[in-house]
Design a protein around this ligand. Structure first.
Ligand code: MOS
Length: 743
């Protein structure tokens, strides 16, 4: 497909609005007469509320309501589950009983005239608890690994899967690695906090709310309040980063609506940074065992991957932790096992590269360990075990360019300059290390719809209820629409972020371009066909009476194929007709194609670190990634997404960790000072490269998706580089200075 806009770098169409302050985020949608709600978060880890002194607080200046389980309206909470909700368990029902299930659970809500008055009232409210000891350590005593109930065979995330006899193969293998890898809990910590402004008009509710999945927030809140779906509207034109935390509809949305109904005024509710560590999901802490058995020549004979992740007591959150091991390497004997540990904490949630990034940390660390045991370069080891097909089910890959990624990445990174001997490379006092790891993520595609309107002004309006949490959806979708309409970018207005636009899947799973982009393409083609039909039916048109097959569009004008005389433009056709042309389109993956191919993106990530042997500080100097992700719609934004993902992977490797107090499950570092994340000075030189990859199977656009894969592979590449620099293998993330100083 020769393209005019797809595949071209284009800076953000919404950039000027963002830098000039014109972009409005959820909390910016102030409403007339608005009151302010602040959540009171439980300060006990488990138990029940035994007393609340609300009377004095109710009399404080400006206080409009103190809502607790005693006086909150009973909400219907009709059954509702979306794909992003855990299949097993039930969401937290807020202020419906006196139970405290985890530290930070909302136990009351104070509504006041001003934010300050609400905060003062929260500080004055006294609540007593009957406490029990919560279980908050997934490795501690009392922690039990359970089989995920939704992990039956055939599930994308199976609890158990095996081919051949992995245990037998390991026992007989010439060289083995058998190690345990653990990773800390992480919180998403986007810049924009969760926020909802709720306003009722009779039994209709409008929510200006931070969301990666508007149509589900609409449906879920409708179910919680027992309303028809069409009575709820969600508006969210901009998202200030989310990384998965806004995929689900968390309790604060319900609370904002509840408060607005109680005080009969619009209510604004913004979570504090601290509260974003309680009820809005986190990357689960994971414990993984990887066992590898290989021949002396480095041929894998057996792989075992046993992983467990934490979840809450009330929901079984699952992620594809061990599934990567099923298809990364060619190996006749593979056994994977996935378990959950249910804790008295909030429910985890998808966080960028969920499952895959944690699973690949373990797998790619172990493969690196094996490479040293064998004395084989890790890239060569991967090459010797590169599969022809996805050996899980024997299906061909729709495309797999992993080895091309290694060739390209190694060349750009300068892998050949690496001395394979650990602790052999120095820069003055500093120990230099180079590490490498593979990245992978499924190429998903979910059903989506979109709408195109061709206006008499010559402008095309394109709409979908999608989100743009930062990757550049506004821009890339504008490019897709311009491409398939044959209009210049300035003539396309792409809108998202409203539930009255056509429905889309969640803005996650790296599937927005595959799904929404394909729907926009379909809508554009339909609009174009309608316009052409009108033109040929118009006796006065230069294309009158032509067959549609003999016509083509060029620069937004219709003409007879092969002729140069320009025919009518969209504008001419619409002006003549008198009303705009409107077309809907939808797209979903052909189930036959889906059954035939294994569809994943792949990449190779290279990292260079410098470790100070005296004080143990680790500096990442360079990260180079090479990716095979099918068609790249906008190389500029794609690179930007990748470098963002690399920063996330680097902070997974060296910084991020939510520490819980074992006594009550309180996150002890629930603020930006102690929850470490990279700042500009930490950011290394980063490069993202893309191999030319054509995938005719994934979707009509040939895109495999980008986003999640950018984080996957970075942490193990860094951990492997740290080993190469120091000879010290750290199997627990984040790697800390202390790990460098102790033996
Ligand atoms: Mo991504 S974790 O699906 O926002």
């Amino acid at each position: 497909m020769t393209t005019q806009f797809i595949g071209k770098s284009q800076s953000r169409v919404d950039g000027p609005r963002k830098v000039s302050g014109g972009a409005r985020y959820a909390a910016d949608f102030n409403q007339p007469g608005q009151a302010y709600a602040v959540i009171v978060s439980a300060t006990a880890g488990l138990g029940r509320i035994s007393g609340m002194e609300t009377a004095a607080v109710e009399r404080m200046p400006g206080v409009l309501a103190v809502i607790t389980h005693r006086n909150a309206e009973k909400l219907p909470y009709l059954p509702h589950k979306a794909g992003i909700d855990p299949a097993i368990g039930e969401r937290l029902h807020v202020l419906q009983d006196d139970e405290v299930r985890f530290f930070g659970q909302p136990v009351a809500l104070i509504v006041a005239e001003t934010l300050d008055q609400a905060e003062r009232a929260v500080a004055a409210l006294r609540i007593s608890y009957e406490v029990r000891q919560p279980l908050v350590d997934p490795t501690g005593s009392g922690a039990e690994q359970v089989v995920p109930e939704a992990g039956r065979a055939g599930s994308r995330i199976p609890a158990d899967r095996a081919r051949g006899d992995a245990d037998g193969a390991l026992a007989g293998a010439a060289v083995t690695v058998d190690e345990t890898y653990t990773m800390a809990r992480e919180n998403h910590n986007p810049m924009e906090p969760h926020a909802t402004v709720a306003a009722w008009s009779g039994d209709r509710l409008t929510l200006w709310s931070k969301s990666q999945y508007l149509v589900n927030e609409q449906a879920e809140i409708a179910a919680v309040f027992g309303l028809p779906v069409e009575n709820v509207e969600v508006i969210c034109p901009f998202v200030g980063g989310a990384f998965g935390t806004s995929l689900r509809t968390w309790p604060h949305v319900t609370l904002a609506a509840l408060a607005a109904r109680r005080v009969r005024r619009p209510v604004k509710l913004v979570l504090t940074r601290k509260q974003m560590f309680f009820t809005t999901g986190h990357r689960p802490r994971t414990m993984q065992r990887i066992a590898l058995g290989a021949t002396k020549e480095g041929k894998l004979k057996g792989i075992i991957h046993e992983g467990a992740g934490e979840t809450s007591r009330h929901e079984q959150f699952m992620e594809a932790l061990t599934a990567v091991t099923d298809y990364m390497y060619s190996c006749p004997n593979v056994r994977t096992r996935y378990r959950l540990v249910q804790l008295d904490t909030g429910t985890p949630n998808h966080m960028r590269g969920p499952g895959e990034s944690s699973g690949m940390f373990a797998l790619e660390s172990a493969i690196d360990e094996l490479s040293y045991k064998l004395g084989i370069d890790p890239i060569e080891l991967k090459r010797r075990n590169e599969p022809e097909v996805d050996e899980t089910e024997g299906k061909p890959f729709s495309s797999r360019s992993l080895m091309q990624c290694y060739t390209l990445g190694a060349e750009r990174f300068g892998w050949a300059r690496r001395n394979p001997e650990p602790r052999s490379m120095r820069d003055g006092r500093l120990l230099i290390g180079m590490g490498v790891a593979s990245a992978t993520y499924p190429a998903f595609h979910a059903p989506s719809s979109a709408r195109v309107r061709l206006l008499a002004s010559g402008v095309a309006e394109v709409e979908a209820a999608a989100s743009d949490m930062g990757p550049g959806t506004y821009t890339s979708m504008t490019q897709v629409a311009a491409e398939f309409l044959g209009l210049p970018l300035e003539r396309v207005r792409f809108r998202l972020g409203r539930t009255d636009y056509p429905q889309t899947p969640s803005h996650g799973g790296s599937w927005t371009m595959a799904s929404v982009g394909s729907a926009i393409r379909a809508a554009c083609i339909e609009a174009q066909t309608q316009a052409a039909r009108l033109a040929v039916a118009d006796a006065g048109s230069p294309v009158a009476g032509a067959s549609l097959d003999d016509l083509e569009w060029s620069d937004g004008r219709l003409r007879r194929r092969g002729e140069t005389t320009p025919g009518p433009s969209y504008q001419d056709i619409v002006a003549k007709r008198g009303v705009s042309i409107e077309a809907g389109g939808s797209a979903q993956r052909d189930p036959e194609v889906a059954a035939k191919y294994s569809m994943h993106s792949f990449g190779a990530v290279f990292a260079e670190v410098a470790v100070d042997p005296d004080v143990g500080t680790i500096r990442v100097r360079r990260i180079v990634g090479a990716y095979g992700i099918g068609r790249v719609v906008n190389p500029l934004l794609a690179r930007s997404q990748c470098t963002g993902g690399m920063v996330g992977g680097m902070s997974m490797a060296l910084m991020e960790q939510t520490a819980l107090d074992p006594r009550d499950g309180r996150p002890v570092n629930a603020h930006m000072a102690d929850y470490l994340m990279p700042v500009n000075l930490d950011i290394p030189h980063m490069e993202a490269h893309f191999v030319d990859e054509v995938d005719p199977h994934v979707n009509p656009l040939g895109v495999k998706g980008l986003g999640e894969i950018a984080l996957v592979g970075t942490a193990p590449a860094i951990a492997n580089a740290v080993f190469h620099a120091t000879g010290k293998r750290v199997r627990n993330l984040p790697i800390r200075i202390e790990d460098m100083l102790t033996s």
